[in-house]
Unconditional design. Structure first.
Length: 81
């Protein structure tokens, strides 16, 4: 969101391309960390291959991780109930 709606417009309107560089790096680092966290959860929680792939695909779609988070919370509540 920050990259698309703040850094990119400032690059073209205000002539500040360095913002895209820094926000882009942060975005990339966070994506790699998400991938590592997903790998950890897949192994430790013994998720099925399809569930792990679904979570990865959700990370590629806009707002997909929010939908994934909601589903995982519902699953957790169902298990605890």
């Amino acid at each position: 969101m920050v990259l698309l709606f703040i850094a990119m417009p400032l690059k073209y309107v205000a002539g500040k391309p360095e913002l895209v560089k820094y926000v882009g790096w942060a975005h990339g680092v966070l994506f790699v960390l998400f991938g590592l966290a997903l790998l950890h959860v897949w192994i430790v929680r013994r998720w099925s291959f399809l569930k792990a792939v679904g979570a990865f695909i959700a990370s590629l779609l806009p707002f997909g991780t929010f939908v994934l988070d909601k589903r995982l919370r519902r699953e957790e509540q169902a298990i605890r109930a």
